[in-house]
Each structure stands twice: as structure tokens, then as C-alpha cells.
Design a protein around this ligand. Structure first.
Ligand code: BGC
Ligand code: IFM
Length: 806
């Protein structure tokens, strides 16, 4: 069953009923001001950092799930009122439709002959969002209409806002001037910053105190002000600052009117002169022209067109046409879009991530890079330098950093020993895409400490060294607190049965080893070897280190039919046929093969057969089998999940593309594509009632075969699944893969495909690629035959015709 459909022409997903199985969201903003918005206008906004500069309040994990948003209430003269986005009044609407597009959302409906459509987006280069309400009177008589806007302001630090009421109930400050509501609560510092909420029409009234708007003991479904049809002109002093405008309109039959709203963030430059006539803390002089501009409908039209043009440009870096519609739709539109969202949000802000607990992940951001580097290489460069600047002098890493301060923090622990190696893989992906070796010379500090700057290349050397300095009893890398699998905490041990030492020191100080990190090391060392050779530095030691680690994997990491997962604190093997549960894990199969381990000697093919036999389900490949049926202290959090969920045997989608890549590496195009289709969200649209999450983006997890809800997705949007699936399908299945020497075209597609075409921008040139089948393999570039699969580098600006015959 579906809850909408794809409109590929307009690059929109069209939801045709408001009661989707879960709120289906979209993201507003592309640069500094962001928001999430659900299909019923729920969500919140922030400037740069969802924790530290939160503009509007949101209630997590609520019932209904999604409460707090960008709400508009309409009321006719006879006292009827409703929300044209369905929430929060939930009146029965006709012709409800939500169109989630690329960085904008449009929600429309009819209620008793009044049509209303609201468009929400953030104009490029602005720190504000525009709401445009268009109302049409389709009745055959004139109608008196009131429109009330509503946002609830958050007192900036969302963590503090949710926990420190005793203080915050006394700090709220607002100001209303010329119909603009300014939310100017200070946050422990006087920054001369504020939020504002403005309306294009003359106001019949306003409210800035939540209690005055809602009325005591009422909720958002029947605010007293809306019910009564009159605002109270309240000015909040402490408690909960709120923003509501009241606009009255008389609409003749057939008449349409537009009302613009602008919600924004403003921070005056430090040296801005205060307007002597203004308040002490707000200098409105600079923001007023901005507000006036975005309240003009012509600006809104231009802003939306500019946003569209930006997306044309971004998505234009790769467009494909294949025999499979789900592939085209995901590659050309939604997967690329999701990659950009993960670039901006990392794992911080979604319906499943509060924006408070997680900042930018070290490993996450490096992997996300794989999905966006071709669209925004300059910003990828900047991102890499930001990440590297948080690296510790030991080569180790904070697990995450706060986007606003760009400082690392250990809020969710440290000592994840895979972290440093991802930096090598991220940088390598960047250089392959851009050819920009100069990034390796960039001076980057360690832990952001002044005077600690070293070339980025030195950071990569320390990343590799970090692993080599931490080898365990079998010569495999120590896992530390965990590797990619956050929940595989193998240094939890106890002297007292039933009690674990959960301190970071103990978790990362143990001797447990990871075969996954070993595979990742082989991959990273080989990539670093290639980079070094290109950069004119000695490379042999990296190749030797990779070969040596591959040998150690063969000796201690191979179980006979698949790669083992780890050794725990006590030296017991994990992920082996000798275990009673957790016999085979997906991660080392993917990572070791991606590192090239077993590809030559055929063990990779054996491991892949084991995956297909033991881990593959119709909904994707589960993380391990058998799932752990009870909690095991020596394995940590992984065994705390019920079987089939999350890291305990869930289909952790992030790992599935590793197997697609591995299948492609051994030449199995049918196998790779089969795995791709199992988790492709567009291909799962038909089972939306079972899948439940948005059919246009990947979710972190689909419940595994041991779960009672097998096939149900969870935690959509912010997941490394996006970048990795994009890499798997575009670079390995379609085979259009950036390498240090140029663009490789080396598809491993299903046997039934007659071919496909693609347009790829690469280092300034545009390659028009056509792949067909024939009697023998040949590659012809601009009419001339080329040896091997790598295209000769074309000059920037060139248009190149590429014909590959398989
Ligand atoms: C997992 C969570 C887990 C957390 C622990 C996450 O990546 O998906 O389920 O609780 O890591 O740090
Ligand atoms: O690898 C992690 C990732 O960093 C955050 N989400 C879960 C993954 C697996 O534990």
C-alpha cells in the first residue's frame, strides 16, 4: 500500500493523505539555516547547530509523534477553524497533498470551499525561512477569513531549554515593532542576536505569550485565540515566548490572496553600532531590509527559482538512465539529495536524532563525503579540514564535534578505534574526485590547538600509525570502545559476575581485537599507498603494512567459510562457526573484501556465498546470525537489543552496500544489483504500510528476520546508508568510479541489462557515457579506442563522448 507517489518530473514526493505510518519529513535549508518539516508542517528550525542555536521548540517522542511546528490556523467568520496542514487540529480535509521537493515543502488542502496552500523554504544565502500561504475562496459567496500563524520559540540551547526550566521561565524576552515579533531572550551572554517572525499583511493583532495564545490548560488543537477569533496582543515576560500574527481578510468568490511570513535568525556583526533609538539588545536596523525583501512575493518567486537552479546544478554532476526506474530515481534525485542532507546534518537532526545528543561524527562525516564530494568539492575540502583539525596528536579522534564551535567532544565516548582510518578514506575519495593533491599540504592543527599545525598528510600518517601502535595478541587491531559497530563493546569485562566496568578507560584499554578494523586498515593502507605514490612520497611501507595485515587476517581472521568478526577481552573468537550465537557478521565480509582480502585466492567468493546463505533476507542483509538471545556482558550493547533490531541482527542498511561492492568486485552484477533492490526505498514504496518510513530516503535500519516486525524501517534520513548506497550503485554497479588517475568506467551490471547511459561531470569536464552490449569489450572516447577502463583526462569545460561496449 502506498501513501503517495513520486513525481519525478518535478523531483517531488507527493503524499496524498496526512496520516502516514510515521511523519514523513523533509529538510529546509542548504547552508546555515536549517529546519525539518513533516508532511503536516511539524518540525523545528535552527541556525547552524541544532543544539546551540535552536529557534523553535519541538517535543520529541510525543503522541502524536510529531508535535510543534510551523502552524497556520484558518478561521471563518462563523467560528469554524482548521489547520490547512491537518495538524494540529486534525479536521477532515479534502484534497490534502504534501509535496516534499528538494529543500522545499508545499502542503495544500481544501476545507469547506476554502483552498489553502503553504510553501515553505529557506532562500539561498539567507538565515531565514519563508512561508507563503495562498488562500482561495471557492465558495459562491464572500468569506471573512482570519489567519493565525504560530511558532513556539525555543530558548536557544535546546538541551538547556528542555531541562533548565527554573532559569528559563524567567529569561524569555520579546519585542514587537511594526508587526514584527522579535524573540530576543539572551543565552547567558549578550550576543546581540535574535529571532524574528514577520508577516506581509497589516495585523489585526498578535500574541507572543504561549499561555495567552493557547489559553490555560489548552493544547495546540484549539488555541483560545483562534477559537475566539481575536488575538490578545500579549507580550511575554519570561515563561514561553511564542509568535503569532493575526491577519483578517475578506475574500470575494473565486478570489485568491497570498500572505507571506518570514521566520529568521539574526546576529549583528560584533562591531555593528547600536541604534540609539532601538532596544538595548536588539539592533534591528540591519535586519529590517532583509525582512522587507522576503515579505515581497516577487522575492519569494525569485528565491524559489534560485533554489531550483542550485539543485539543477548539484544534481547535474551525475544523471543516469538505466533499465531500472527505481535506480534512476534514487541516483538522479533522492539519494543525491539525502547525501547532501547528511553532509549538513551528519547524525544530529531528524525525527530520530534530537539535535542535542550528537554533533558531527568523525567517522560519519568522512563516510558521508563519498556521497557529496562530486557535487560540492570545495565544501568537501573545507569539511575534511574541519574534521582533521579535531584529530588528536596520537592520531586518535574525538568521536564527534559540534558544528558551531568545530571543537571535538567526547559526549558519546571516545576510543572508537576505527575512527582515524576513515580520515584516510575520506581524503582519498576527495583527491580521486578532484585531483587536488594540494589538500595534503594544507596546514591543519591537532585538537584545534594553536601552534600544532602540520600538513594534512601528516594527519593521515598518524591515522595509520594509530592502528599499528595498537595491535592485539593476534596482531589484529585493538577495537577500543568499539569499531564501526558502536554496540560491539568487547572490552566490557568484570571481576564480579554480573557487573561490567563501563568506564571509557576500561572499555578502550582492553585487548579485544577487530577483524573489521583489520580489513579497513588494509583498504586504508592501500589507498594511502596510492596517494603517496601520486604525491611523490615513498609508498612501499604502506603496501607492506597492508599485505602484512591481510596475512594476519588470513591467519586469524578467516573462519573457514567467512571472515571472523573479532576477539573479545578474554581472547574468545566472535563471529565464528564455533560460537553458539553471532556466528557470522556482515561487516568483516564487506570490509575485508573491499580491502581486497581474499579476492585473488577465492576466499571472498566463499564468504559471499555464506552471506547469501545465512544473512540475506528479502528485506536486505541482516547484521549477524544467529541474533543474540540474551544479554552478554562480554559483548556489550549489541546483545542488549532484542533479536532482529539495530545492531543485534537488524538489517543495518549502511552495511548492505559493502556487500554490493564486494559482489561487484568479484564480477557478480546480478548479485550486487539484487542486494541493491532489496533496500532501495523507491523499490519498497509498494509496501509502505510495512516499511513505514519515507519511501524516498534510506533508513538506518530495517527490522531483521528475528524481529516480529521484520521489514519495518526505522531511523530514516541520517545514515551512512545514503552515501554508501550511492557509491555502490554509481561507482561499482554502474562502475563510474573516480580514481587518482582519472575516471574509470567499469560497470558490473545485471546480465539482463542491454546497457545504460550517464552524464558525469568530473574535474571540470562533462562525460557523456553510453554503455551497450556487443561481441567484444571496447572503450571508445571521442571516436578513438582507449586501452583499459580509465578515461583519459579531458580539459575543463570539455564535452567528451564515451562509448563502452561490454
Ligand atoms: C547505535 C545506537 C547505540 C549507540 C551507542 C549508535 O550508533 O545505533 O543504537 O545506542 O550507537 O553509542
Ligand atoms: O557506525 C555507526 C554510526 O557511526 C552511527 N550509527 C550506527 C552505526 C553502527 O553502530
Amino acid at each position: 500500500m502506498r501513501f503517495g507517489h513520486f513525481d519525478d518530473e518535478r523531483r517531488e514526493y507527493v503524499i496524498d493523505r496526512p496520516d502516514t505510518p510515521l511523519p514523513w519529513i523533509n529538510y529546509l535549508g542548504t547552508e546555515a539555516y536549517f529546519g525539518i518539516i513533516s508532511n503536516t508542517a511539524g518540525g523545528y528550525s535552527f541556525y547552524r547547530d541544532a543544539r546551540l542555536r535552536r529557534l523553535t521548540r519541538y517535543r520529541y517522542n510525543n503522541a502524536p509523534f510529531d508535535l510543534g511546528g510551523r502552524y497556520i490556523y484558518l478561521r471563518t467568520g462563523d467560528g469554524e477553524f482548521w489547520s490547512p496542514t491537518w495538524q494540529p487540529t486534525q479536521r477532515e480535509l479534502t484534497d490534502y497533498e504534501c509535496r516534499h521537493g528538494l529543500s522545499y515543502t508545499r502542503i495544500s488542502s481544501r476545507y469547506h470551499g476554502i483552498k489553502a496552500e503553504t510553501l515553505y523554504f529557506v532562500p539561498l544565502e539567507e538565515t531565514l525561512e519563508v512561508w507563503r500561504l495562498t488562500v482561495t475562496n471557492e465558495r459562491d459567496e464572500a468569506v471573512e477569513l482570519s489567519a493565525f500563524s504560530s511558532v513556539e520559540f525555543c530558548l536557544w540551547d535546546a538541551q538547556d531549554d528542555a531541562t533548565n526550566f527554573q532559569r528559563n521561565f524567567s529569561t524569555g524576552q520579546v519585542e514587537v515593532e511594526d508587526g514584527v515579533i522579535y524573540h530576543k531572550t539572551e543565552y547567558r551572554e549578550r550576543r546581540d542576536h535574535f529571532a524574528y517572525f514577520a508577516c506581509s499583511e497589516p495585523l489585526a493583532g498578535f500574541d507572543t505569550a504561549r499561555e495567552a495564545f493557547l489559553g490555560p490548560y489548552r493544547s495546540w488543537d484549539r488555541p483560545a485565540v483562534v477559537e475566539r477569533g481575536a488575538s490578545t496582543d500579549s507580550v511575554a515576560h519570561g515563561w514561553q515566548p511564542h509568535g503569532s500574527h493575526h491577519v483578517k481578510l475578506t475574500l470575494a468568490p473565486g478570489e485568491t490572496r497570498e500572505i507571506g511570513f518570514v521566520l529568521g535568525y539574526w546576529e549583528n556583526p560584533r562591531d555593528a553600532k547600536f541604534d540609539p533609538a532601538g532596544s538595548q539588545t536588539i539592533n534591528k536596523r540591519l535586519v529590517k531590509p532583509v525582512i522587507e525583501r522576503w515579505l515581497r512575493q516577487s522575492a519569494v518567486d525569485e528565491g524559489l527559482a534560485a533554489l531550483r537552479a542550485r539543485w539543477d546544478e548539484l544534481l547535474g554532476s551525475l544523471q543516469v538512465s538505466t533499465p531500472d526506474g527505481d535506480t534512476d530515481r534514487m541516483v538522479n534525485i533522492w539519494n543525491a539529495y539525502q547525501n547532501m542532507v547528511t553532509f549538513n546534518m551528519s547524525r544530529s537532526t531528524s525525527l530520530y536524532e534530537s539535535g542535542i545528543g550528537r554533533g558531527m561524527g568523525f567517522r560519519d562525516s568522512n563516510q558521508d563525503l563519498l556521497g557529496f564530494v562530486h557535487m560540492i568539492p570545495e565544501r568537501a575540502r573545507e569539511r575534511i579540514l574541519d574534521i582533521a583539525a579535531t584529530q588528536l596528536p596520537t592520531g586518535g579522534a574525538y568521536h564527534q564535534y559540534q558544528p558551531l564551535t568545530k571543537r571535538g567532544n567526547n559526549d558519546i565516548g571516545s576510543g572508537f578505534n576505527d575512527d582515524p582510518l576513515w580520515l584516510i578514506l575520506g581524503v582519498s575519495a576527495y583527491v580521486k574526485e578532484t585531483g587536488d593533491l594540494s589538500i595534503l599540504d594544507a596546514a591543519v592543527p591537532f585538537d584545534n590547538a594553536p601552534d600544532s599545525e602540520q600538513p594534512l598528510y601528516e594527519h593521515l600518517l598518524r591515522s595509520l600509525r594509530y592502528t599499528l601502535d595498537r595491535l592485539g595478541p593476534h596482531g589484529l587491531p585493538l577495537i577500543g570502545r568499539a569499531d564501526w559497530n558502536d554496540c560491539l563493546n568487547l572490552n566490557c569485562f568484570s571481576d564480579t559476575p554480573g557487573e561490567a566496568f563501563q568506564t571509557t578507560e576500561n572499555q578502550s584499554g582492553g585487548v579485544a581485537e577487530s577483524v573489521f578494523i583489520a580489513g579497513q586498515f588494509v583498504l586504508a593502507a592501500r589507498e594511502l599507498g596510492d596517494l603517496a605514490a601520486c604525491y611523490g612520497r615513498p609508498d612501499q611501507e604502506f603496501r607492506d603494512a597492508a599485505d602484512k595485515m591481510a596475512g594476519t587476517i588470513a591467519e586469524h581472521g578467516w573462519d573457514g567459510a567467512w571472515f571472523r568478526r573479532a576477539y573479545d577481552f578474554y581472547g574468545n573468537v566472535i563471529g565464528s562457526a564455533s560460537n553458539d550465537e553471532g556466528q557470522i557478521f556482515i561487516e568483516p565480509q564487506g570490509m575485508c573484501i573491499m580491502g581486497g582480502v581474499g579476492v585473488e585466492d577465492g576466499t571472498a567468493v566463499t564468504a559471499l556465498a555464506s552471506v547469501r546463505e545465512r544473512l540475506a533476507t528479502p528485506h536486505g542483509i541482516v547484521l549477524q546470525q544467529p541474533a543474540y538471545s540474551s544479554y552478554r556482558l562480554e559483548l556489550g550493547e549489541i546483545s542488549s537489543y532484542p533479536p532482529g533490531y539495530k545492531e543485534n541482527g537488524g538489517i543495518f542498511c549502511h552495511t548492505n552496500p559493502w556487500l554490493m561492492i564486494a559482489e561487484a568486485m568479484v564480477g557478480n552484477g546480478d548479485g550486487a544489483f539484487d542486494y541493491y533492490k532489496r533496500i532501495n526505498p523507491s523499490a519498497r514504496e509498494e509496501i509502505s504500510e510495512q516499511h513505514r518510513c519515507e519511501p524516498y530516503v534510506y533508513a538506518q535500519m530495517i527490522a531483521g528476520r528475528d524481529a516480529p516486525t521484520h521489514g519495518e524501517a526505522k531511523n530514516s534520513w541520517l545514515t551512512g546508508t545514503a552515501a554508501w548506497n550511492y557509491a555502490a550503485v554509481t561507482q561499482w554497479i554502474l562502475g563510474i568510479r573516480p580514481e587518482l588517475t582519472g575516471l574509470r568506467v567499469d560497470p558490473v551490471v545485471p546480465a539482463s541489462w542491454p546497457g545504460f547511459t550517464a552524464v558525469r561531470r568530473f574535474r571540470g569536464a562533462t562525460y557523456r557515457i553510453s554503455v551497450t552490449r556487443g561481441s567484444s569489450r571496447s572503450l571508445v572516447v571521442d571516436g578513438a579506442a582507449v586501452e583499459g577502463p580509465v578515461l583519459p583526462l579531458a580539459a575543463p569545460g570539455a564535452e567528451v563522448d564515451v562509448v563502452l561496449t561490454l
